[in-house]
Design a protein. Structure first.
Length: 324
């Protein structure tokens, strides 16, 4: 019997630091404004997909992270066109800008890499997983409601993002962490303010999310500089940014104030005891009561990565069967 043609790739997650919220065309997936993101290293967080073109007597399959999704028939280029903004930006590694474009057919809406991961290798990303459950309001529905009802969104798209994204791109190219961090937090705050300005309002963050925001600002005040930044997508989980030189101290503060009994509480690039205390951080944690054990489910540590890659370990065998 003829052998199957199997290809497997790992696609990274990305996190936007200047966000888009709302589309000008739902069918073509065209955003209202440009966005800019960092691609996360696939060694720490990714989706693995296998596609098999099987012999004529066996049905074709697509398997994502070990789960068969659906049968492939005909031309599936529509999958790419229906991809989300995040999928569009994840086509590249490093620092990626998705241009909204102005043409009705979307032909000028594309993602471009503004700098590779190697441009700023010192950036570290700490993902604080508050909840991995399904959110009450999906992103698509939330965006549609905001587009229909939020005056703040209109102001943001017209008057804020065009200048902010240029400033963010400039900060990244200059490796100016202070500006990068401040713009990241301001943009996250505004996106969630748009959600509150929506009618009925959309709420993605919870109390632990707000506690993390407070902690970040208290940390920056304690060290006397903007060394830690947060951003939140449409959910309660915090994405924190710092430089390599500060990551051990940040993990010390996080693990002391958000304790856990789990052995794999800190995952990815760094593990406990990759922590470092200083007189400043020691004094800081004395002034804040620790949160209940389990307030954070786990922490993922990572860095900016190089984007999608082809691998040889497949999720489907020659007979079209899912393998693990």
């Amino acid at each position: 019997m003829a052998r199957a043609g199997i290809a497997t790739s790992q696609a990274p997650v990305n996190i936007a630091v200047v966000k888009y919220w709302g589309k000008r065309d739902e069918e073509l997936i065209l955003p209202l404004n440009d966005s800019l993101s960092l691609t996360i290293n696939t060694d720490d967080l990714c989706a693995t997909t296998s596609v098999a073109a099987l012999p004529a007597n066996v049905e074709d399959k697509l398997v994502l992270n070990g789960k068969a999704l659906y049968k492939l028939k005909g031309n599936f280029s529509f999958i790419a066109r229906k991809g989300s903004g995040s999928a569009c930006r994840s086509m590249f590694g490093g620092f990626v800008r998705w241009r909204a474009g102005v043409k009705a057919d979307g032909s000028d809406s594309e993602a471009i890499q503004i700098a590779p991961a190697s441009h700023w290798p010192e950036i570290r990303i700490i993902i604080c997983v508050v909840s991995d459950s399904k959110k009450d309001t999906g992103s698509t529905n939330g965006m549609q409601r905001s587009v229909a009802t939020s005056d703040l969104l209109k102001h943001r798209v017209k008057n804020i993002v065009p200048q902010r994204i240029e400033a963010m791109q400039k900060a990244i190219l200059a490796k100016d962490f202070d500006t990068f961090a401040r713009l990241t937090m301001i943009d996250s705050n505004q996106m969630h303010a748009v959600c509150q300005d929506t009618y009925p309002p959309v709420r993605y963050m919870n109390q632990i999310s707000w506690d993390i925001i407070t902690l970040v600002h208290r940390y920056n005040e304690a060290v006397g500089a903007t060394k830690l930044a947060y951003t939140f997508d449409a959910g309660p989980n915090a994405f924190l940014f710092c430089l390599e030189e500060d990551v051990a101290e940040v993990l010390f503060v996080l693990t002391k104030l958000f304790p856990s009994t789990e052995l794999d509480y800190v995952r990815g690039m760094y593990r406990i005891p990759t922590t470092k205390s200083t007189p400043i951080s020691e004094e800081m944690i004395k002034q804040i009561d620790p949160y209940p054990v389990g307030s954070l489910k786990y922490i993922i540590t990572t860095k900016v990565g190089d984007g999608p890659r082809i691998i040889e370990k497949h999720l489907i065998n020659d007979q079209g069967e899912t393998v693990f």
